[in-house]
Ligand binder design. Structure first.
Ligand SMILES: [Zn+2]
Length: 166
């Protein structure tokens, strides 16, 4: 319904919001996996390590913010390019997905015991998102002119979002 009544402003908000969401996912993966947050760094690395981690966190934050500003600037001032936007989101999303899979599988294998299935949750969530995203890439003729691949993609993102914050 939202896309059935698209204006220039809703299209921009959609693209920029999606880009921010995907890039923020990568940013958080870096912060979590690199244990860059202040609490994590203090617990794992001690005072000296904590200082190094806070510098890394600042650099990582600046890099991601810079990438986002460059992305939005390109789309706004150089060219409104559907193919570039899709490719940028897929590449950034894929890097985040690979990080989560490598991290989760690695932790799963290092941990002993039976109660560790939850450590693979990020892998299942990533696979779910990839399956849903295939709808975004592989189009089909809308069912009854209403239900198209893109609407099913939106529907498919509800589950992993809820699971992620479980
Ligand atoms: Zn949409």
């Amino acid at each position: 319904m939202f896309h059935a009544r698209d204006f220039v402003v809703t299209e921009r908000v959609d693209y920029f919001g999606a880009g921010a969401n995907v890039l923020f996912g990568l940013y958080l993966a870096g912060v979590r996996i690199g244990r860059l947050s202040a609490g994590d760094a203090a617990a794992v690395d001690g005072f000296r390590g904590q200082k190094r981690k806070s510098t890394l966190l600042r650099l990582w934050t600046l890099l991601c913010l810079g990438l986002y500003v460059a992305h939005v600037s390109f789309l706004s001032f150089v060219r409104w390019d559907y193919t570039y936007n899709m490719a940028a989101n897929i590449v950034v999303g894929a890097v985040g997905n690979v990080l989560w899979i490598v991290y989760s599988v690695g932790r799963y294998h290092r941990k002993s015991g039976n109660d560790k299935g939850w450590m693979l949750w990020p892998v299942w969530i990533v696979l779910w998102v990839i399956a849903a995203m295939s709808l975004e890439v592989l189009e089909f003729v809308p069912w009854r002119l209403m239900v198209d691949a893109h609407s099913l993609w939106h529907l498919g993102t509800v589950g992993p979002t809820v699971w992620w914050y479980w």
